[in-house]
Design a protein around this ligand. Structure first.
Ligand code: NAD
Length: 360
């Protein structure tokens, strides 16, 4: 099969990790007989440098003409908050997600067996294993609601952010969660704050309606504060965790921490009938950019998600995941995950070893 992939290499370590991920895609193509072609897309600080804005015209159209999008990372101190919005990389990220209609963010948090020692939780907790999928609503809620800041007569300046959700928004993300659970251990945990928020009560009622439809999937409601505690107390209880935008932002970072390094975790953002966008959860790491120190595994595992969720190629996805685990099991480490006494390898060498395992 032929697949066309838009490559947003981005800033900082983005180009380095994307190069290694492309190398792994080539190895997958060779082993399984697929042809991947690539279209480079300029976005982020590098686009600001080249043409004066971080989100060039036509970016969404180019991405839509591809079967999937792979993004390294964008941003850096050079294009900080003192710059006008159209020059800031974050503006481009929000715009591309919106223009592609990517309303579901999937972040697996799994403890790779060879790295169990990197888990900051108690040994007996880590031994039970961590393998959960955080499903975060990405285009609604308080991050996209109306905001205001105004002077009051007696309380100084006041600011408001509106949190709004519609049944449509809740139902489509809820369905994604139940469908994903069917491919996994068949359990959905829906996280809300229904004891306080009206949006959460609506969220819960829609999720209950869906739970009645997906009777083969176990379902539970958990309040967000309890979920934050349970993630560090007993993460093994979770399979698919679905929640609204802001709760998901916070909980998915917490879930990443319990699995070790930020350099290991992939993510996918998907919508309906549009190319999914696959990216590591980390940023552009300007402190190590251009030094062959970045861990490419998160980006490489993002291509595994691309195989599974955009191209429906589960064997290819697990070939990538097994190659990563095999390299880690042999003891190879980049600096961010190296135990003391272990000499780390560089970005390129980690990529080369994983490619070799895919082909083995
Ligand atoms: P960061 O994720 O870039 O870096 C945090 C720390 O983790 C740094 O010490 C970095 O060296 C390390 N790190 C990150 N990825 C690594 C990897 N693959 N291998 C080894 N070490 C790694 O977060 P930050 O420093 O807060 O942000 C830097 C820039 O990235 C900012 O401009 C921010 O806006 C941007 N950012 C972009 C995205 C994105 O493109 N999706 C996400 C987060 C942050």
């Amino acid at each position: 099969m032929n697949y066309k992939i838009a490559l947003i290499r981005g800033d900082g370590i983005g180009p380095e990790v994307v190069s290694e991920a492309v190398g792994v895609l080539e190895a997958v193509g060779q082993r399984f007989g697929h042809c991947f072609t690539y279209e480079d897309v300029l976005l982020g600080g590098c686009a600001t440098d080249a043409i004066g804005k971080s989100y060039p015209d036509g970016t969404a159209e180019t991405c839509k003409s591809c079967d999937a999008v792979l993004l390294g990372a964008v941003g850096g101190p050079k294009w900080g908050s003192d710059k006008p919005a159209e020059q800031r990389p974050e503006t481009a990220l929000l715009a591309i997600r919106k223009d592609l209609g990517l309303y579901a963010n999937l972040r697996p948090a799994s403890l790779r067996p060879p790295l169990a020692d990197a888990c900051p939780l108690k040994k007996e907790t880590a031994q039970k294993g961590i393998d959960l999928m955080m499903v975060r609503e990405l285009t609604g809620g308080i991050y996209f609601g109306k905001r205001d800041k105004y002077q009051t007569e007696d309380r100084g300046v006041e600011a408001t952010d509106l949190m709004a959700y519609s049944e449509l928004e809740i139902e489509r993300i809820g369905r994604r969660a139940f469908e994903l659970a069917r491919l996994r251990r068949k359990k959905v945990t829906s996280v809300d704050k229904a004891n306080v928020l009206e949006t959460s009560r609506l969220w819960r009622s829609v999720m209950h309606r869906l739970a009645e439809e997906y009777t083969d999937v176990e379902y539970e409601d958990v309040l967000v504060d309890n979920c934050a505690m349970q993630l560090v107390r007993d993460p093994a209880q979770f399979d698919v965790v679905v929640t609204e935008n802001m709760f998901g932002d916070i909980l998915s970072d917490e879930a990443s921490m319990i699995t070790g390094s930020i350099g290991l975790l992939p993510s996918a953002s998907i919508g309906d009938a549009v190319p999914g966008l696959y990216e590591p959860i980390h940023g552009s790491a300007p402190d190590i950019a251009g030094q062959d120190k970045a861990n490419p595994i998160a980006t490489i595992l993002s291509t595994a998600m691309m195989m599974r969720y955009s191209f429906h190629l589960p064997d290819e996805a697990s070939a990538i995941e097994k190659a990563v685990d095999a390299v880690l099991a042999e003891g190879w480490r980049t600096a961010d995950i190296a135990e003391s006494g272990v000499t780390p390898i560089g970005t390129k060498e980690m990529g080369r070893l994983i490619r070799a395992k895919v082909l083995a």
